[in-house]
Write a protein that binds this ligand. Sequence first.
Ligand code: NAI
Length: 377
Amino acid sequence: MLAQCGEGCQKVNVVKRRASLCDLHTRVSSATVRSMKSYRVVLIPGDGIGPEVTEAVKQILAAAEAPVEWVQHEAGLTALAHGKDVLPVETLEAIREHHIAIKGPCTTPVGKGFSSINVQLRKKLNLYAAVRPVRSLDGVPTRFSNVDLVIVRENTEGLYSGIENEVTAGVVTSMKVATETACTRIARWAFHYAQQRQRRKVTVFHKANIMKLTDGMFIRCAEQVHEKEFAAFPYQELIIDAGCMKMVQDPTQFDVLLLENLYGDVVSDLCAGFVGGLGVVPGANIGDQDAVFEAVHGSAPDIAGKGIANPLALLMSAVMMLNYLGDTRGDEVCEQVAKRIKTGYDRALADGQKTRDLGGSLGTAEFASAVIARLRG
Ligand code: NAI
C-alpha cells in the first residue's frame, strides 16, 4: 500500500527499497542509524507566529536526529526591523547556495506597502510548483473523512504578476499573465507527480469560459501535456465555480488538483478547511534548482506571541523536506527520520494531544513535547 503525498510519500519506483527500509526501521534503534551527511538548510523564521512554530520544529527535528544543520536568515518585517530589505540579498544567496530552505510565514501589508516577500521569493528562485498535500488526520474529526488531495499550484505568474496600473483616477487594472512555458511546465510537473505517486486523477480548475486567452492557454497546455505524455492517466477539466461546489459536496472525489496561481491560493485554504484548518496543511515550493518548504498558513497576527499556534503544518512541511532530501540526494536516513516524525505526530493526535485550533488545549511548546515523547517505541 503506497502512501500518497510528499509528507508521507512513497514513490512507485522506490517501493521496494522503502519496504526494506521499513524493516530496517523496526530492527535498528534510531540512535544507531545516523546519516553519513548533514545537510545545510536555510531557516527563515519569518513574522508573527513564524518564530514560535519554527522553534518547535527545530526542537522536534533535533530530537529525531534529523541530519540537518540550520543556516538562519531573515525575511519579512523581521528583516525590515533590523534595517534590511524585506527580502535581503543574503537570504536569497543562501538559498541559492544550499538549494533548500524552510520558511515561516511572512506578513504582507494589505492594500498598500511592499509586495509580498513570498511571491518575490518564488519568482526570484523560479520555484514554479507549489505542492500542498491535504489529508484527513486520525484524531482530528471533521465533516469529511478520507480526504486525500494534493494541490499543485502554478507559482510564478497569473494575477500574481504584480502588474497593476491606475489607468485614470478611479480606474485601475491588474494584469493576468499566462505563458506557454510556465503553463506547460506546471502541467508536466503535476502529471509526473501524479503518475509517480500512483494517484488516481488530475483535475484542472479553470475559468476559460470567461478568460479565454489566459485560462484558455492554461487548459490547452494541460491538454497537450496529457495527450502527448500521459494519455493513459485519468484527466478532468472543471470550470472552477462548479468545481468548488462539487468539492464542498464531496472532496474525496478529487485527487490531484492542478490550478493557476490565484485559484491555487484560494483553493488551498478551502481544502485546509476539510481537514481541520490551516494548522495542518504543509507545503513545498519547488523549482529545478531549489526548494523552499513552508506551511500554507500566514503569520496569524491574531495569535502571534501567545504561544498557542499549531506548529504541525510547518512540521509536516519539514517532513516533506526530509523526504525531498531522501529522494533527491538518495539519503535513506532522511526518509527514516521523516517517517519517525510523522509517526510521532500521528500518535500525538490519535492520543488527543492537540493545540487549540484543533479543539485541544496544548500550547505550541507543549504540542512539540508531546510529539517528541512519541518519536520512539
Ligand atoms: P493566516 O493564515 O495568517 O490566518 C488565518 C486564520 O488562521 C487566523 O485566524 C489564524 O489565527 C489562523 N491560523 C493560521 N495559522 C495557524 C496556526 N499555525 N495555528 C493556529 N491557528 C492558525 O491568514 P491571514 O490572517 O489572512 O494573513 C496574515 C498575514 O500572513 C498576512 O500579512 C498575509 O499576507 C500573510 N500570509 C503569508 C503567507 C506566507 O508567508 N506563506 C501565506 C498566507 C498569508
